[in-house]
Design a protein around this ligand. Sequence first.
Ligand code: AMP
Length: 626
Amino acid sequence: MTNRHDSDAGGGEPIIGIDLGTTNSLVAWCDQAGPRVLAGPGDGPTADAIVPSVVRYSADGQTVEAVGVEAKRTAVEHAGRTVFSVKRLMGRSIKDVRDDVAHLPYEVVAGEHNTARVRIGDKVYSPQEVSAVILRDLKKRAALALGRPVNKAVVTVPAYFDDAQRQATRDAGRIAGLEIVRMVNEPTAAALAYHLGQRHDDATVAVYDLGGGTFDVSILRIQQTEQGAVDEVLATAGDTHLGGDDVDQMIVELIQQEVRDQFGADIEFTAGTRQAFRNLAEAAKARLSTETTANIEIDLGSGCVYRRQLTRGELEALMLPWVDRTLDCCKQALKSARLSADDIDRVILVGGATRTPLVRLLVEDFFITEPYTALDPDKVVALGAAVQASILAGINTQMLLLDVIPLSLGIETMGGAVAKLITANTTIPARATEQFSTYVDGQTNVKIHVLQGERELVDDCRSLGQFDLRGIPPMPAGLAKIEVAFLVDANGVLNVSAIEKRSEKAASIQIVPNHGLTRDEVARMEADSLEHAREDMTAHQLIDLRNQARMDTRAIERQLTKVGNQLDPAYRQQIEDEVTTVRTYLDADHPDPGEFHEALDRMDKATVRLAEIAIATTLREDQDVE
Ligand code: AMP
C-alpha cells in the first residue's frame, strides 16, 4: 500500500531550497512529486520563477522600493541606488573586491574591519542586508505558494566560497528570518537534482557552470548517506569574467564593424543604439541555439537600415576561442584533482549559456561523456537545493529513486496513438529501439513526441517533451528509415534519440521521467489503464485501421489512374465498390473494428490483380526507357 501521508513525514515544517545567485535567484520545493521551482503570484512578470538578484532603494537609501523584476527593469534610470551582483561582495574586504567594484554603478565603501559595504544616500548597508532583502522576497513567495509560513531553508553557495563568505550568507538568512539549516555547494546541488550519489555509492562528477558573466567548473565526489549527499570538492576552477555576455559583445562588435563599412567609418553610436545592438545580439545568439540562421535588422535612422543573416556556423567560428577558454579551466580543474577526463562518471551543465550547441558538443568531446541536460540549466541548482531540503525534512521521495520504470515510455505515432518502447516495471538501466517511417510523400521533418503512461492514446498519457528531426531528404512516404532509441540510465535519466538511417540526420532530447509524479499518481494512472483497457484497445485498433485504409486507398487510386483503362469494366467496378465501402468505415465516427478490418481485407484481396497489372506496366515502361 502507498502511504498517503508521506509528505508530512517530516513533521510538517517546510524547508525550502534557495539558489541565491549573483544575477538571479530562485526558490524551489520538493515533495513526493519531486522538486519544482516556485513561481511568483499573479500572471505578470513577477510570475516568473526567476527573481533577478536586484534591489532598488529610495534616493535617501532609507527604504527598499523594489526587488527582482521591477528593480531590474528600472536599473538604468536609477543606476546609483539599484544594487545588483551583491553576491560578489559577500564576506569580502574592500581590497578583495577592488576590481569588481570598478564596474558597479553604485557606491561601495569600506565598513568595519575593512569589509565591503554599499552606500545609498545616507545609509550604509552590508551585503548581508541587501541579500536578506532578496531572501525575504523568496521566503514570502514560497509561503504564498505553499500556503503556510516558511522559516527554514537550504541555501546554495559556490563551491569556492570561503568561511567568511559562507558565514555572510548564513547571516543574510538570519536577517531575513530564515534559518539556513544547510548550506550546499552549488555544483553539489546540481548533482542532487539528478539524484547522483543517491542511487549509487560513489560518483565522480564534473559540473560545468557557464552563466552570463561567470564560469565555474567543479570536480566532486558524491556519496550517499541518510542525510543526503556528502560531497568532497576535489577541485574548482573558473573565471569570474567569462560568460554568455562575451558572446553578445562579439556579435555587437561584428555588427558595429559592418555598419561602419556600409554607412561610413565616422558613424556615431548613441547609448540607446548600443543597447539595441546588445539586445539584438543576445536574441540572435539564443535563436542560433535552436535554429541554423537568425536575421538581424536595425533601423539606424536617416534611411540607413542594417540587415544581415547570421548563421550558426559564423557564430560558432566566433565562439570557438571563447569555449576553449572554458575548457582550459576544465583541464586545470582535472589537473588539480589529479584526475583525467575518463575518471569522470557524469557531467552536468548549469547556466543559461550551456544551451549553446557548440558548448554541449565540445564539453562532451572533452569529458568523453554526454552531459546531462534534462533539467533547465537555470533551475537545476535550486531544484537540487530543494531535494536536499526534502531529505532533511524527512519527506519520502523514494518514488524518485525507483530501480524500475514506474510507467511505460513511448512516442506518438500517426493518428494520436502511442507506440510504447519501454514498458512499466522494466528495471533500469533500460534500452529500446524501434523503426518508424514517414507518412507523407516528401516529408522532411518528423516530430518526436515522448509520452509516459499506460493508456493507448496520446491524450490520455503524460507528455514529457518533444523534438524535431529535421532535414530528412524528400522521398516517398514509408521509405525513410527512422530509428528511435530510448535509453534510461542508472540515474533514471531518459535519453531519446532519433536518426534517419539513409541521411544520418539525427536529433535527441534528455528528460527526467519521474519528476512531477507522486506514487499516488502512478497508482491512479495504472488503475485508469486497467479500467479503460478495452475501449483503449479498440481506439488504438481503429487508429491503426484508419492509417492502413488511408495508405491503401491512396495506393489503389494511383494504380487506377495509371492502369484503369486496361481493366475489365466489371472488375474495375468491383474495386471501386470495395474502396467505397472502406471509405464509409473510414468516415464513420465509431465503426465496428471487426467489420472495418473485414472490409479492408476484402479490398486488399480484390486489388491483388490490379497491383500485378500496375507492377507489370511499370516494368514494361522501365524496359522501354532502357
Ligand atoms: P545565467 O547567468 O545562468 O542566467 O545565464 C545567462 C546567460 O545565458 C546569458 O548570457 C544568456 O544570453 C545566455 N543564454 C540564455 N539562453 C540562451 C540560449 N538559448 N542560447 C545561448 N545562450 C543563452
